[in-house]
Design a protein around this ligand. Structure first.
Ligand SMILES: *Cc1c(COP(=O)(O)O)cnc(C)c1O
Length: 399
């Protein structure tokens, strides 16, 4: 960390992120041309609806949509999209929400899609005043169950594309959309982390939602794209429940710049840099006792690989979670992707690295594995205690 690093001034730890685009770590590296756009607009006045009109044009072009706009986050896009599906362009109904008296107010969602992305997806539905109608079971959902769950009170059907969802036994989006459309119900797709900006609308979605601050490398924001009338009804929520989910001029100009940068980006060169980092880490770990490293593809087919590092405590003298914790506890904390860690492995994500950080990560892996190997006992804490410790630490904030 150099002296100009703002994190030193703020007194926060200089994290190296090999976890992924996580809100809890500051999402992504905002591209330089996006930083410039954000900084330029911050000093100026602008007619916000006009700026959103420009965003609509850019979003429409990149997503193959009729229209679009920028909101505070993908999560607020879910809430506002559900609200738009309930109220349409009725301004009085928009001001009455979350009171949904007289409106269709149910949203169907596959039970296997009821995930947490840091907050429960179904809460984003309920925030609009809607009722959640789960379809099927955690690990299976059938067409007849979806068709049977849709009734005259159904306002929308929400489909989640994410590595968080159950990955088998679910109808694909195109089939989901066909069933919903057969009963006149619009389909909203949460594609927050998906690189494919056109796929969801092409597969039949009426609204597709993305995060501006994830793979796009924009400032915090959400992108709403889709059918003109539904996008408009969603946009109009800004004079209702959307007020508390406001995006500023910097978020809108930043999202436009991020989309334009995405269009111009040399995606093959980015991928090649990521592959270099993965190869470095895999080669660094090769032959180390009790450590198996393999490059694995992204579970939802984004053009992105990660390194899966499995640790056998008997041979490596440390568990996967203790290794993750030690990597995270140094003066240059390296934060790995640990949501499946009780299975004895973690993942390393190469898409948020600054040049040179991949070598620091390799060095830290070697340091901690050497230290563990030299220890006479196996470093093995309880994974349940670790979860409890993390929960307690959240509840103790700000102490
Ligand atoms: C990150 C994420 C969200 C939330 O996106 P924000 O823009 O951070 O609100 C919603 N759904 C999924 C599947 C996500 O991965």
């Amino acid at each position: 960390m150099n002296a100009a690093d703002i994190r030193a001034r703020l007194g926060v730890r200089p994290v190296i992120n090999v976890s992924g685009t996580m809100t809890s770590l500051g999402a992504s590296i905002v591209a330089p041309e996006v930083v410039e756009a954000v900084s330029a607009i911050l000093r100026e006045f602008v007619e916000i609806d006009d700026l959103q009109r420009k965003a609509s044009t850019t979003i429409a072009r990149l997503c193959g949509a009729e229209a679009g706009f920028v909101t505070a986050s993908c999560s607020s896009g879910i809430t506002l999209g559900v609200a738009g599906a309930m109220t349409g362009a009725d301004l009085a109904a928009i001001e009455r929400l979350p009171d949904t008296t007289g409106l269709k107010n149910e949203v169907v969602i596959l039970a296997g899609h009821m995930v947490s992305y840091g907050a429960p997806v179904e809460q984003a539905i309920r925030l609009a005043g809607a009722r959640v109608a789960p379809v099927g079971q955690a690990t299976s959902a059938h067409a007849y169950q979806l068709a049977g769950a849709i009734g005259e009170r159904t306002a929308a059907a929400l489909y989640v594309v994410s590595h968080h969802t159950v990955r088998h036994g679910m109808p694909p989006l195109a089939e989901f959309a066909e069933i919903a459309h057969a009963q006149g119900v619009p389909v909203i797709v949460d594609a927050a982390s998906e690189y494919d900006l056109r796929g969801p609308l092409a597969a039949g979605a009426d609204l597709a939602l993305y995060s501006s601050h994830k793979f796009l490398g924009g400032p915090t924001g959400g992108i709403v794209a889709g059918r003109r009338d539904l996008v408009r009804a969603t946009f109009l929520q800004n004079s209702g429940i959307g007020r508390g989910m406001k995006v500023g001029k910097e978020g809108i100009a930043g999202a436009i710049a991020a989309l334009e940068a995405w269009e111009r980006r040399d995606h093959a060169a980015v991928r090649a840099r990521e592959t270099q980092a993965l190869n470095l880490w895999r080669d660094t770990l090769r032959g180390r006792p009790g450590v198996t490293a393999a490059i694995v593809p992204d579970p939802t087919d984004n053009p992105l690989d990660r390194l899966q590092v499995a640790v056998e405590p008997d041979l490596a003298h440390i568990t996967a979670w203790d290794l993750a914790d030690r990597l995270a506890s140094a003066s240059r904390p390296v934060i790995v992707r640990d949501h499946e860690i009780e299975h004895g492995y973690f993942l390393m994500d190469p898409c948020n690295l600054h040049p040179g950080e991949e070598s620091i990560v390799a060095t830290r892996l070697v340091e901690e594995l050497d230290r563990a190997l030299a220890s006479n006992e196996i470093i093995s804490s309880s994974v349940s205690d670790r979860r409890a410790r993390r929960a307690a630490s959240r509840l103790a904030w700000p102490d």
